[in-house]
Structure formats: structure tokens, C-alpha cells
Design a protein around this ligand. Structure first.
Ligand SMILES: [Zn+2]
Length: 242
């Protein structure tokens, strides 16, 4: 564990925050609507300047908050990248985990806001994670790990596809596509991690659902977005396994 690497990656997460925030406000719109470019309150063009929104998430024109609360994205990305730096090695596998993390943070916020996991994000998450792990396999000669990662992606995505076909209201195609990425990274380590990571997602979603029911904030049968739990479960297991 290198304190310098942990600090550097945590800082990288902070610096990436405004970019991730821009991705979130762009894609956190209902399915079928065009990507958001303007403030919904005052119509001010947001994408003309960089970053589109300051870290407090407020429109520079009308001060209305758009998207996640102040610093939520920036701090989440910093903690996640710092924690991965402490637990994941070697370097190219860490790079793959960080790539997935930088795609996963906007996916979590977007799914929580509008219950969807947009295709452009799940696609670049999968492509980048796979390419970086292929480089890791080429560097180490551990192609059997890469083969297991590819099969793990198929297995986890296939499992979610079966669930989506059985219960389209509970699971969507976005979840299936996101599972291909988490499955790749989890199975790179072992089959055991893939199973643990998959299970952790359902466990977290169940705990959250029960908490909502007990607190009276949800009704039986209400749908909750599954992506945040799938992603949180995968990263918690990866960090715990180290
Ligand atoms: Zn505005």
C-alpha cells in the first residue's frame, strides 16, 4: 500500500468530479428524452463552459441546484479511487478498477435519479475495463484470468438477463449491460469473488428495501433502482477481498 498512490488517486477523483457531474446532468433525463444541455429552471446553456456546474451543483445563472448535492460526486469519486489504490494491484488491474469506478459513479447517481443506466456509459465502462484487463493479462501472461473475466461477464450478465425476462419491472436491460462490467472485474480475481459480488448487490438492495418498508417510506411492490446496489456490492467485495 503506497500513501502517495492513495493520495494521488483520491485527488484524481476530486479533479474528475466536475466532469462526472457534467455526465450526470447530461444523462439524468427520462428515457427517450435528449441529453440535457440547459438549466431546467432558467434555460441557461450549461455545456458552453467548463465545468458546466461548480462542485456545489448550482446553476451559475439562477442558483437552482441541478443534479446531485454539493460535493457528493467529487467526494464519492475521491473515496472510491483512494480505496481502490489501497486494495487493488497490480497497476493495470488497478487502472481497470479505476476506469470502472469513474463510469460507475455517474451510473449510480443517474440510476438513483431517473432509474436508467444509459447505454453510452455502460458501453464505455465495459470496453475500458476489458481493454485494461487484457493489457494486464498481456503484461503478466495470466490469460486464464482474462478468460475467467470474460466468462464471468457473460455469466453475470446472463443471470441478470434471465431476471429481466422473468420480471421486466424489477430489472432492466441497463442492469444487464452494467453487470457485464462488474462481472468482468469481479471474475478477473476469482469465481468466488464473482458470486460474492453478485450476491452483495441483492443483499444491499434487500436491506434498503426492508429499511424503506419499516420506515414507512415505501409501499410493497414499489420499484427501486437496482444499479446502485449492484455497483456498490461489486466494489465492496473487491475492496474487502483486496
Ligand atoms: Zn438556471
Amino acid at each position: 500500500m503506497s500513501p502517495l498512490l492513495i493520495t494521488s488517486l483520491a485527488l484524481a477523483g476530486l479533479v474528475a468530479g466536475p466532469g462526472l457531474r457534467a455526465v450526470i446532468i447530461r444523462y439524468a433525463v427520462p428515457a427517450g428524452e435528449p441529453a440535457r444541455r440547459c438549466c431546467p429552471a432558467c434555460e441557461r446553456q450549461l455545456m458552453a463552459r467548463w465545468p458546466p456546474l461548480p462542485p456545489d451543483g448550482r446553476c451559475p445563472g439562477c442558483q437552482q441546484r441541478i443534479g446531485p448535492p454539493a460535493l457528493a460526486v467529487e467526494v464519492t469519486a475521491a473515496i472510491l479511487l483512494g480505496a481502490l489504490a489501497a486494495r487493488v494491484h497490480p497497476g493495470l488491474v488497478l487502472a481497470a478498477a479505476c476506469w470502472l469506478a469513474l463510469c460507475a459513479v455517474p451510473l449510480v447517481f443517474i440510476d438513483a435519479a431517473v432509474r436508467r443506466l444509459p447505454d453510452p456509459l455502460t458501453a464505455i465502462a465495459y470496453a475500458g475495463t476489458t481493454v485494461l484487463l487484457m493489457l494486464a493479462a498481456a503484461a503478466s501472461g495470466h490469460w486464464h484470468d482474462m478468460a475467467r473475466a470474460a466468462l464471468g461477464a457473460l455469466a453475470l450478465a446472463g443471470f441478470y438477463l434471465a431476471l429481466a425476462l422473468i420480471s421486466p419491472a424489477g430489472m432492466g436491460m441497463g442492469d444487464v449491460k452494467a453487470a457485464a462490467s462488474t462481472g468482468t472485474l469481479l471474475a478477473w480475481s476469482s469465481w468466488r469473488l464473482l458470486i460474492a459480488g453478485g450476491f452483495a448487490g441483492f443483499f444491499l438492495a434487500a436491506v434498503y428495501g426492508i429499511a424503506l418498508l419499516i420506515s414507512g417510506r415505501a409501499t410493497r411492490g414499489q420499484q427501486i433502482p437496482f444499479g446502485p446496489f449492484m455497483i456498490a456490492g461489486a466494489f465492496l467485495v473487491i475492496l474487502a477481498a483486496g
